[in-house]
Design a binder for this molecule. Sequence first.
Ligand code: MTE
Ligand code: MO
Length: 391
Amino acid sequence: MAGAAAMGGAAWAGHEPRRPTPDRPPPSSDLVSYEETVLAFRNHGFHLEMLDQEITPLGSHYQLIHFDIPQLSPAGYAITIGGRVKKPLRLTLEDLKRRPVVKEPAILECAGVGRSYSHPRAIYVPWFNEPIGVFEYTGTPLRPILEEAGLLDDAEEVVFTGHDSGIDLGGHVSSGVDAGAKHFFERALPIDEAMKDGVILAWDANGQPLLPAHGFPLRLVVPTWYGMASVKWLRKLTVINHTFQGVEQKLVYRLQTSSSDSGRPVQQKWVRAAMKPPGFPDAISRMRFLKATEPIRLVGKAWSGFGAITKVEVSTDDRRTWQPARLGTPLGPYTWVSWEFDWDPRPHKGKEVILSCRATDDKGHRQPLKPWWNVQGMAQQGVERIPVRVF
Ligand SMILES: Nc1nc2c(c(=O)[nH]1)N[C@H]1C(S)=C(S)[C@@H](COP(=O)(O)O)O[C@H]1N2
Ligand SMILES: [Mo]
């Protein structure tokens, strides 16, 4: 799109470079850009101190909003199901609520997780480890709706279209797909994925109507895939007989090792574990401090879009040695599992300790010690280092 390049750094040349501030600790890096800061305010992360809770409080779940939040009224709201189906449907919110209702705790994680740990990093929401959260969704399973509409024999994918629209990647054109073309946020699932248990159309989170930022009045929840598949503010479902070529599918959410590599699409969430930051924080650096008076319990969560978690290991010596953590029982098949590990910080008094946790799933996937770099900064699952000053 013409003019799209003007949306890059040059447009913000009027902003003052950052100056040292008296009486404040110096920043660890000057690299975070104006664009990333604005995006980070709009798309806040999960509050990691909530990692001991099975269900994330409404305001503490991360959010990711590509364009503007559509302001939708539940009165008269309806979705359509069309395309390669025998019987196109139009379902209002009331129609959907009269169908079989399920309550499903589901973990969402943005595919951009860990982007800020990679060098060089893609300029987008500068996530570290915090684009996660579990709500208990109330909704209705998608499969019976697709069965009622009746898929034609050549049906390949279902495209889910939101009410929100804009341009993406600053209007970048690549691989014949024009991200500068204004488009509705839309993503497709292959039919077999769309028909899976756990894929629901949800209207409530934690027993309350979805917040506007999270898709009010209706969103898709695809609990095993990264967040981009769970389309919010649903407008329509279209069954197609080919592979969907939309911007968010072909361009934005891909794993490419270089810009000439056509890459592959981002799909299931890779295995990952997270730790509730122990001790207390410094308000600015978020550095953790821990008074060594007694043994403490390290806790956290682990999840994988490929299957169940079979093992979480904890390291208290910067990933040199590992010991198994105890696993809890997850609330359901589509959410995270709790882990805990007892640790005595007293021998480390006066030192900085690097804590880590590492998960393995039942397909044998295990978090790597070194993350795998890709152009878009997607799906980073490298083992994290959590420095703690013991005093
Ligand atoms: N319509 C629409 N759906 C969307 C998005 C969006 O911008 N528009 N963002 C996607 C992405 S990238 C993620 S990670 C999740 C975030 O869901 P949350 O904001 O409820 O955490 O929603 C997905 N669904
Ligand atoms: Mo995302």
